[in-house]
Design a protein around this ligand. Structure first.
Ligand code: NAD
Length: 491
């Protein structure tokens, strides 16, 4: 078993220096599975954040970082090597502070991003068309015209607690490869994976001082400070839709560039010719992995009315069989919720579902055998009407709402009857029919007959209230680029 051999990094990283908060204040990092305090981390003041912003601004305006691609790629490779060398410590840390099931650290919590979140942007930046010539201009005589892609500037990168390393590394890879400087502000619940990145950058790379700053705080106001400060050109935010809306409103005064990756309420649709037995085998995992704390989880299950009872029975059994509990146990794909507040919020939403008349088929409470830790039972609601709160609101817990539909048209209508549009799944015995339905669902990613879209080369993001912009792939790099068009005399 992996153990936390070393206590996490408690220091901020500002302008190349590892140091405590200006006030000396710290806050606790708590293990959500054991409720034990793991240790502390610096609680940055407004003045600390101000220094971090000033450092990032200076590093962008006065240094070669934004123009020297070779330097950037060399530094990112150094960071990749340093992270790989501390992989097992990162794994232990993610299990301890995030409550991430160890099995998921071999995938999206750690090893997947380690395999490509830096390496893909490094590779793509090396051959990206930074400049292109367009047709000669004809306004006021002939001109040669060049379109150049240049970095946006100073990026405020605000991360959530659910997949903190993956999300932070995704932002770092794209923003740094394209020549921006950045302030990373992790969520208060999961600070150590970010401060570890900060330490590795300071100690193990030639990334110039100020290019990356890591600022932890127990106060969301430090995030807000990034949003309102005019020296910050762009906010790259992953988190709740409510906070995304607030960022958009508050960023308006300084016309912030925004990348917002927000909530979801995605639908998994099983057409009436599906092999339900095999297609539903992954349903429990798709909703309960990491205790349902993922924005792209397909938490609405749409079953054809003609096969509703059969499907409900299979999925309920799958939820019943799902192993959950201690995140250090390889068999458990569901661990705890991140905090007592989140657990209680989820239990409240389940109560509301019952009050609105949905049929609670399985779970719905705290597991009797797990007294310590912030766990919620895998939960299945049947006979859900798409207008109920459990079908509309992002619960961010292991809770499935099963909804009947009449035909393909009806399935598309219900899937799209949502404020969100992040992801989704369609299953059918006929791939063309599944693709036809998938193409009508208004969402940023779709899994068709089990196919996976995930990867640093694959654009990911939301339609509607699920966000603005894309991370990953060329679209993800371009999120961090401005376009400059230059006219000059013909050669
Ligand atoms: P949140 O969106 O409020 O916090 C995410 C990050 O934003 C944190 O780093 C936080 O410090 C920062 N932040 C908070 N308020 C800010 C502000 N006004 N300006 C700038 N930054 C700010 O999420 P939360 O409060 O930790 O969780 C609440 C709910 O959000 C969850 O129940 C879940 O539904 C949702 N959530 C969604 C995602 C996702 O990936 N879609 C991730 C985490 C949480």
């Amino acid at each position: 078993m992996t153990t936390l051999e070393q206590v996490g990094e408690a220091r901020l990283m500002i302008d190349g220096e590892l140091r405590g908060s200006g006030s000396g204040a710290v806050f606790e990092n708590v293990n959500p599975a054991t409720e034990e305090v793991l240790g502390v981390v610096a609680d940055a003041t407004a003045a600390d954040m101000d220094e971090a912003i000033a450092a990032a601004r200076r590093a962008f305006d006065a240094e070669v970082w934004s123009t020297d691609l070779d330097l950037r790629l060399r530094c990112l490779r150094q960071l990749q090597t340093a992270l790989e060398e501390e992989k097992e410590l990162l794994r232990a840390e993610l299990i301890a502070e995030v409550g991430a099931p160890i099995a998921l650290t071999y995938g999206p919590q750690l090893e997947s991003p380690l395999a490509d979140s830096l390496l893909w942007p490094i590779g793509r930046a090396a051959d990206y068309p930074w400049e292109r010539r367009i047709a000669d201009g004809r306004a006021f005589g002939k001109s040669k015209r060049i379109v150049a892609k240049v970095p946006v500037g100073v990026v405020g990168a605000i991360a959530p607690w659910n997949y903190p390393f993956e999300i932070a590394l995704g932002k770092l890879g794209a923003a740094l490869a394209t020549g921006n400087t950045l302030i990373l502000k992790p969520a208060p619940d999961t600070p150590w994976n970010a401060t570890r990145i900060g330490r590795l950058i300071a100690e193990r790379t030639d990334i110039p001082a100020g290019v990356v700053n890591v600022v932890t705080s127990s106060d969301h106001a430090r995030g807000e400070q990034l949003v309102t400060d005019p020296r910050v050109d762009m906010i790259s935010f992953t988190g709740s839709t409510a906070t995304g809306r607030r960022i958009m409103a508050q960023g308006a005064a300084s016309l912030k560039r925004l990348f917002l990756e927000l909530g979801g309420k995605s639908a998994q649709i099983y057409l009436d010719d599906s092999d339900l037995e095999s297609a539903l085998a992954v349903a429990a995992f798709s909703v309960c992995a990491h205790a349902g704390q993922g924005c792209a989880m397909p938490t609405r299950m749409l079953l054809p009315r003609s096969r509703y009872d059969e499907g409900l029975e299979i999925v309920t059994q799958a939820f019943r069989d799902l192993k959950y509990g201690d995140p250090t146990d390889f068999d458990n794909l569901q661990g705890p919720q991140i905090s007592r507040v989140q657990r209680d919020k989820i239990l409240g939403m389940i109560e509301q579902g019952v009050a609105e008349g949905a049929r609670l088929v399985l779970g719905g409470g705290r597991p009797a055998h797990l007294e310590t830790g912030w766990y919620v039972e895998p939960t299945v609601f049947a006979d859900v009407d798409n207008s109920m709160s459990i079908a509309r609101d992002e619960i961010f817990g292991p809770v499935l709402s099963v909804i009947p539909f009449d035909d393909d048209e009806d399935a598309v209508r219900i899937a799209n009857d949502s404020e969100y549009g992040l992801s989704g799944m369609v299953s059918s015995g006929d791939l063309d029919r599944a693709l036809a339905v998938a193409s009508r669902v208004r969402s940023g990613t779709m899994t068709v007959n089990g196919g996976q879209w995930y990867g640093a080369d694959a654009p990911f993001g939301g339609f509607k209230a699920s966000g603005v912009g894309r991370q990953n792939g060329d679209e993800g790099l371009e999120q961090y680029l401005e376009t400059r068009t230059i006219g000059m005399p013909l050669d």
